[in-house]
Write a protein that binds this ligand. Structure first.
Ligand code: AHR
Length: 501
């Protein structure tokens, strides 16, 4: 068993957009109510936002949060969520079978995002609504003043425009579970017409059009081709979504799933470039992987819901170490496509398939998946480097050869920081890694962080929040341009290198 990589400053894949480490908050379960917002909580601030959750989100440093959905978006009237709170309607949310109180809406979320030091990736409803509601929302959010909707925002006490830059044109419109589901031609035309009026309202915004809701959809690839045939010239990104689970498959197969994500990205890049060529377009389209995660623990429990509750426990997965390793492999995969994937959102941020969990009225803690995400946000800076991996591996009947080593390097030329992110997929053995770093002669190892546990299924809970947490006792050693490290079985590794001072 062995693995080797070679890192060279000229093997840059692409520059890393900070928005690659975005996340997502939907009006779903306890993400908003009981997650970010809980006026009665002991740590709540004057606006009702939980201070303990805000502190964890700031610690994470997540640069972008997609809002307000998700499936919720496709039945949402944004007007319900603005203006005096006591006049806001309670609505039946048909996407999740719950009651939405509308106590949090656009302005509250923008205020929360400011406190959380993050940007909002906003979305318009193309399920039950269309271009007219979308242009009104852009005007309400981004136009300074002197028009119907911008003046309404000011009347609601928000003088300065939010200036949301990035917008989603609906959500998962190819799925028949979606409120207002459409075929590709229908959606492509509506997306195009909506994009036009949104951009005429604010030419500075960027737009993401819906791709397929998963690679398993019958129309995957063809949906994107058809939608882009209508909308290519009017949008900047196409969205991708994926969730993986460990139900009924082996751990080896589960940990290989990032190869499926890799294939998915390549296929959508090819589709975008096909439309670009056929239409003789000059601009290149980028990818917005605006929902990705592991999701399966809560499936059985979620079948039991009583309808029309307010903010019930819903889609609350408790993650173990192995889940965190696949999340790590998925982060590495996103970085390997940093040239084309510019936005990605770990779905979601709090309580709902989330790195941060809370108790209503009580504690909050970090799940296992929190750590690879945190490390990527903190240390993946500058450009992603093609690490030229050679590794022993195993065969998967669907995905082919799976290397035990999943890895990518990042290099920030401004500070000299190099970070190697690596997962050892082997269930029983440490993986000896050798890295050729001769082209970085002035570097030394700053630290080697490791996320590991004797039990691959160990979890963090409110009572034991630090069961699975990273340590800095990795053994990476750099001598004469050769870095050696032993990557523990089933481990996530962050090897940080800096310039010798
Ligand atoms: O993130 C949970 C749900 O998954 C979202 O609402 C939807 O877009 C996707 O199917």
């Amino acid at each position: 068993m062995s693995a080797s990589i070679s890192i060279h400053p000229e093997f840059a894949i692409g520059s890393i957009d900070r928005r690659l480490f975005g996340s997502f908050i939907e009006h779903l379960g306890r993400a908003v109510y009981g997650g970010i917002y809980e006026p009665g909580h002991p740590t709540a601030d004057a606006d009702g936002f939980r201070g303990d959750v805000l502190a964890l989100v700031r610690e994470l440093g997540v640069p972008l949060v997609r809002y307000p959905g998700g499936n919720f978006l496709s039945g949402y009237d944004w007007e319900d969520g603005v203006g005096p709170r006591d006049q806001r309607p309670r609505r039946l949310d048909l996407a999740w079978g719950v009651t939405e109180t509308n106590q949090v809406g656009t302005n509250e979320f923008a205020a929360w995002a400011r406190k959380a030091e993050t940007e909002v990736m906003m979305a318009v409803n193309l399920g039950t609504r269309g271009p007219d509601a979308a242009r009104a929302l852009v005007e309400y959010c981004n136009h300074p003043s002197g028009s119907k909707w911008s003046d309404l925002r000011i009347a609601h006490g928000v003088k300065e425009p939010h200036r949301f830059k990035t917008w989603c044109l609906g959500n998962e419109m190819d799925g028949n579970w979606q409120i207002g589901h459409k075929d590709a031609h229908h959606y492509g035309r509506i997306a195009r017409e909506t994009a036009k009026v949104m951009r005429w309202t604010d030419p500075t915004i960027e737009l993401a059009v819906c791709g397929s809701s998963s690679r398993g959809m019958g129309g995957f690839g063809e949906w994107e081709r058809c939608v882009l045939e209508h909308a290519y010239a009017h949008v900047d990104y196409v969205s991708l979504h994926v969730y993986y689970g460990l139900n009924g498959i082996t751990l080896a197969k589960f940990l290989a799933k990032s190869l499926d994500m890799d294939a998915m990205i390549r296929e959508i890049v090819a589709t975008c470039d096909h439309v670009k060529a056929v239409q003789r377009q000059r601009k290149t389209l980028y990818l917005s992987f605006d929902e990705w995660n592991v999701w399966y623990h809560s499936h059985a429990e979620d079948k039991e819901h009583k309808r029309w509750q307010v903010a019930p426990k819903h889609i609350e997965d408790t993650y173990h170490l192995a889940d965190a390793l696949l999340v790590g492999c998925m982060i590495i995969t996103l970085l390997k496509h940093a040239d084309r994937v510019k936005i990605a959102c770990l779905a979601q941020l709090v309580n709902v398939i989330a790195p941060i969990m809370t108790e209503n009225g009580g504690r909050c803690w970090r799940q296992t998946i929190h750590y690879p995400f945190l490390h990527a946000i903190r240390f993946a800076r500058g450009v992603a480097l093609d690490a030229r991996i050679a590794s022993s591996g195993y065969d998967d009947n669907e995905l082919g050869r799976v290397p035990y080593l999943e890895a990518v390097a990042t290099w920030d030329a401004a500070t000299g920081a190099i970070t190697l992110f690596a997962v050892n997929r082997h269930e029983h053995e440490a993986l000896p890694l050798a890295a050729d770093l001769r082209h970085f002669p002035e570097h030394r190892v700053v630290e080697h962080l490791v996320l590991e546990h004797a039990d691959a299924y160990a979890t963090n809970t409110a009572d034991r929040p630090d069961t699975v947490a990273p340590h800095a006792r990795g053994d990476a050693l750099l001598q004469s341009g050769r870095l050696e490290a032993s990557l523990a079985k089933l481990s996530w590794n962050v090897i940080r290198l800096g310039l010798v001072r």
